[in-house]
Structures are given as structure tokens and as C-alpha cells.
Design a protein around this ligand. Structure first.
Ligand code: UD1
Ligand code: MG
Length: 510
């Protein structure tokens, strides 16, 4: 069996990225779920390198902090002054033990690079036992990039930066993608010989190719099939272009695995998201971070899901969710806001203008309208009346509300936590529930209604309301209207009439 090659990956990320005009180092700008640097590291991951070195400089602390999160095994190496790409690689190699093998160098700002492409470059390089191999691409507009200069036999002669190129060289549309494989020993030797005799007075990594070639060493060009993968990012306009290109790539891949995207142009899916087949994603939807969408789920239109898990067959319409879990067959929206640790069990419902935070909503339970549920546990098959508030915050501490299973709470309730409503309990509409409601009880917590008969005719005489009242009473004056039992008895009667559910407002909020 052939010996596996020892590989070292060096990512160049010390540059400022001046044209981004940002306090954030260029390589930390986000692009559909990863930073530019994160994309490069993930493209290099399958190379199974013995070590990965990231050259940091501008914003070094920020870049180091990011690396410790996304690539804790990578070694950051500081290049205090940016004296060129050759200098950067020299510093990187000084930080690692000398030894045989392949050194793969990748510019930190080529986020569309695919693992297959860098893998093919490295394999071709190792199989040919080349001293150095550069990834090249034929591009429509080579402006600003290094040109691949070949000799009469088509072999690589040198790489020339645009600013150092003559007119003939500038006409070349085959460019250096900034991704290379080198034989470690020969790279080290060549790096020691780099000059700064160029327009920028920098040590160019690209000069290694000319040096090796002059020394009679085999240097090679590996041409990328799709030049889009080699696109760099220098300003925010290019970043937006890369984002669109990556969106299309990601969307196409999901459609090919059996996910329906009704409007791919307005669907933005982070590379970190997972979607099962037969999910349908409607227009203007963003799926971000660690979001997972189950099979047959319907997402959108107008939905943003961040780090949210949606079960099979669930639906989420015109809603925003962060760190939430939506169970199988559950339904969310339109216009719901699920905040971290909002957990909906199977077939639960969170409806319109409902906000849920750090709460468990049991199987089949419904919170249909205009409600805030914070720090609550709701059992199974319960119904929360419209316009209710789970009053979880006393100004200093947060408290929990527990609602049992098969409970039916009335419209416009306040649950002043800590408080519990037992299994099968009801509460009356308009109640401020401050005391526990035992299982099966009806909790009523509101002032009784009092009707002052004839008030309008007496106190608002001459108004349209007073005239209407008079007509309703057959033209009699206020004094002629007798009080009926309804003003007191009907109110008392609510507990008795609750079988019809109207007293709790429950029917109105199913
Ligand atoms: C470089 C190549 C060019 C190629 C292009 C592809 C050289 C001399 N030229 O040009 O042939 O077509 O990339 O995008 O290499 N960096 C450091 N330390 C430094 C200088 C740069 O870490 O001292 C990093 C940058 O952060 C960046 C990468 O190296 O990630 C490339 O540097 P950049 O200045 O963008 O080089 P280009 O001029 O684009
Ligand atoms: Mg560049």
C-alpha cells in the first residue's frame, strides 16, 4: 500500500481587505452560514491534513477567536506586517516542523472553492510528483489577477501579477486562482530565494513557480472546470455576487435531492442547513444556521428560520423563528415569532401574532391568536384563549406558568407566574390568574359586570346612541326601561353556561 501523503494546509488570511471598508477582517465576513475563511477551511477539510496553519495579521485577535470556534485544531500564525503572499507562507512554514510531504496553500478569500476541486488539484500534484502545481482558470475578465504565462509547448513558465505584466501578458485570460500544492522541501528552498523586486515591493508566492521552473523542477497547472469556484472577494459588491452564486449552487443541490423550492431566486439556504425530501420551501424564505427541515414540511412564504428544527409535515407560514423546535405536523403562523427554546410538540399550533419563548407546548395544544407565551409548560390538547399573556417577569426574576392537559383557558387571560392551571381546568375570559386553578376547576378572576339601565338616554340625551336606544325600547324614555334579571343573573350564570363555552371565550378562539 502506498504511504499516505503528509499534508499541511496553509490558509492566507492576514490581509486587511481594504476595499471591504469594514471593521471586520475580510475573511470573517459571512456568506450563507460560514465566514469566507470558514468556507475555505471546510473545502480543505477532506484533505485530512496533518496540520492546518492560518496566517493571521489584520484583526488577528478576531480571526483567532473565530478559529477557536470553527476550527480549534488549526494553528494561527501571526504575520505582523503584510509583506506579501510569499512572506506569509514563509512565516507559516517557520512555525511548523520541517518534513516531507505536500503543502497546500489557499488564499483565505475564495469561498466558492469546492472540496472536490482542491482535492483533484492535490491528487494531480502528488501523482505527478511535481514541485509545485497551481490551480488556474479561464475567466471572462482577468482584471487584477495574476496571469498564467505558458511557453511554446504550453508548459507553465511563470505567474505574472497584472501590475507587473506587459501588454501581451495582460491579454491572457488564464489566471492564478490563488490555490496551490507544493512539495514541502522544494517550497521551503524556493521561499528563501524570493525577491521583492516587483511593483508592490512584496515577496510574491507566485514567483516560486518561475524560480522552480528555472531550476529545472517540474511545475504544473491544474485547470479548474468551473471558474466560478476560483472567484475571490475584494469588496461588498463581489461578496453579494458570491452570495448569489452560492445560493444558486445550494438551491440546485437541494432540488436535486427532492426538495421543492417554489422560488429559488428568493430562497436563501445556509450551507449548514439540512432538509428532508418532499419539503416545500415557498418564496422569500431564509433557512439559516443549524436549521433542519423534516420531510413534507411546508416552509414559507416569508419565513426566516435560524437554528430551528421543523418536524415532518409541519407548516411554518410568514414567521420568524430562532432556536425553536416545531414538532411533526405542527403549525406556525401566519405571523408568529418563535424565540429560543420555544418547543412545539406534535400537531401543536402557534397561530397569528403569537410570540413564544422558552416554553413547551404539548401535543395537539393550540395557542391560536394574539398571545405571548413566555417560560411556560402547556400540556397536551389544551387551548389558550386569544389575547392572553403569560406574565413571566416580575421586573427582577422570570417565573414559570404550568398549564395542564385538556385545559381551556379563556380569552384575554393574564397568567401571573409562578402559577398553575390543572388538567382539564377552565378559566373565564378576561381573568387575571394569580392563584393556581386546580384540575377540573373553573378559574374566574375578574370584576362582575353591572349594567346601568337607561344611562345613555339620560346622560347622553340627543345623541344618535340615545335615539337608537329609545327606538330599541319602542320609543319609551329611559325611565320607562325596567331593569331585567339579565344584568346580574347572566353574569352569575357564566359558570353554569360554560358547557357552551361562551363564558370563557373559548369557542371564539378555537
Ligand atoms: C493573489 C496572487 C494572484 C492571484 C490572486 C487570486 C500573489 C502575489 N498574487 O493576488 O496571482 O491571481 O491572489 O485571488 O500571490 N495575504 C497575507 N499576507 C500578505 C499578503 C496577502 O496573508 O502579506 C493574504 C490575503 O489576506 C489574501 C491572500 O493572501 O487572503 C491573497 O492576497 P491578496 O493581496 O488578495 O493577493 P492578490 O493581489 O489578490
Ligand atoms: Mg485578492
Amino acid at each position: 500500500m502506498p504511504q499516505p501523503h503528509l499534508r499541511t494546509v496553509v490558509v492566507l488570511a492576514a490581509g486587511e481587505g481594504k476595499r471591504m471598508k469594514s471593521t471586520l477582517p475580510k475573511v470573517l465576513h459571512p456568506l450563507l452560514g460560514r465566514t469566507l475563511l470558514g468556507h475555505v477551511l471546510s473545502a480543505a477539510a477532506p484533505l485530512a491534513a496533518t496540520r492546518t496553519v492560518v496566517v493571521v495579521g489584520h484583526g488577528a485577535d478576531q480571526v483567532r477567536g473565530h478559529l477557536s470556534e470553527v476550527a480549534p485544531d488549526a494553528t494561527p500564525v501571526l504575520q505582523a506586517e503584510q509583506l506579501g503572499t510569499g512572506h506569509a507562507v514563509r512565516i507559516a512554514l517557520e512555525a511548523v516542523p520541517d518534513g516531507p510531504g505536500t503543502v497546500v496553500v489557499i488564499n483565505g478569500d475564495v469561498p466558492l472553492l469546492r472540496p472536490e476541486t482542491v482535492g483533484a488539484l492535490v491528487t494531480a500534484h502528488e501523482e505527478a510528483a511535481a514541485a509545485a502545481t497551481v490551480l488556474a482558470a479561464e475567466v471572462p475578465d482577468p482584471t487584477g489577477l495574476g496571469r498564467i504565462v505558458r511557453d511554446a509547448d504550453g508548459r507553465l513558465e511563470q505567474i505574472v501579477e497584472e501590475r507587473d505584466a506587459d501588454a501581451t501578458q495582460r491579454a491572457i485570460r488564464e489566471i492564478n486562482a490563488g490555490i496551490y500544492a507544493f512539495d514541502a522541501a522544494r517550497l521551503r528552498a524556493a521561499l528563501g530565494k524570493l525577491s521583492t523586486d516587483n511593483d508592490q515591493g512584496e515577496e510574491y508566492l507566485t514567483d516560486v513557480f518561475g524560480l522552480l521552473r528555472s531550476a529545472g523542477e517540474p511545475v504544473a497547472v491544474h485547470v479548474a472546470v468551473d471558474h466560478v469556484e476560483t472567484l475571490g472577494c475584494n469588496d461588498r459588491v463581489e461578496l453579494a455576487t458570491l452570495r448569489r452564486l452560492l445560493r444558486d449552487r445550494v438551491n440546485e443541490a437541494w432540488m436535486r435531492t427532492g426538495v421543492s423550492l417554489l422560488d429559488p431566486a428568493t430562497t436563501w439556504i445556509d450551507v449548514t442547513v439540512a432538509i428532508d425530501r418532499d419539503a416545500v420551501v415557498d418564496q422569500n424564505t431564509q433557512l439559516r444556521g443549524a436549521t433542519v427541515v423534516g420531510s413534507g414540511a411546508l416552509i414559507g412564504p416569508d419565513v426566516t428560520l435560524v437554528d430551528t428544527i421543523v418536524g415532518p409535515g409541519a407548516s411554518v407560514v410568514r414567521s420568524h423563528a430562532v432556536g425553536a423546535e416545531v414538532g411533526a405536523g405542527a403549525s406556525v403562523g401566519p405571523y408568529a415569532y418563535l424565540r429560543p427554546a420555544a418547543q412545539l410538540a406534535e400537531k401543536a399550533k402557534v397561530g397569528t401574532f403569537v410570540e413564544v419563548k422558552n416554553s413547551q407546548i404539548g401535543a395537539g395544544s393550540k395557542v391560536p391568536h394574539l398571545t405571548y407565551v413566555g417560560d411556560a409548560t402547556i400540556g397536551e390538547q389544551s387551548n389558550i384563549g386569544a389575547a392572553s399573556v403569560f406574565v413571566n417577569y416580575d421586573g427582577v426574576n422570570k417565573h414559570r406558568t404550568v398549564i395542564g392537559s385538556h385545559a381551556r383557558t379563556g380569552a384575554d387571560n393574564m397568567f401571573v407566574a409562578p402559577v398553575e392551571v390543572g388538567d382539564g381546568a377552565y378559566t373565564a375570559a378576561g381573568s387575571v390568574i394569580v392563584d393556581d386553578v386546580p384540575a377540573g376547576a373553573m378559574g374566574v378572576a375578574r370584576a362582575r359586570q353591572r349594567n346601568i339601565e337607561g344611562w345613555v338616554v339620560k346622560r347622553r340625551a340627543g345623541t344618535a346612541a340615545a335615539e337608537a336606544a329609545q327606538r330599541a325600547h319602542g320609543g319609551e324614555g329611559a325611565s320607562g326601561v325596567a331593569a331585567t334579571a339579565s344584568d346580574s343573573e347572566a353574569m352569575h350564570g357564566q359558570a353554569e353556561t360554560v358547557g357552551g363555552a361562551s363564558a370563557t371565550g373559548d369557542t371564539a378562539t378555537e
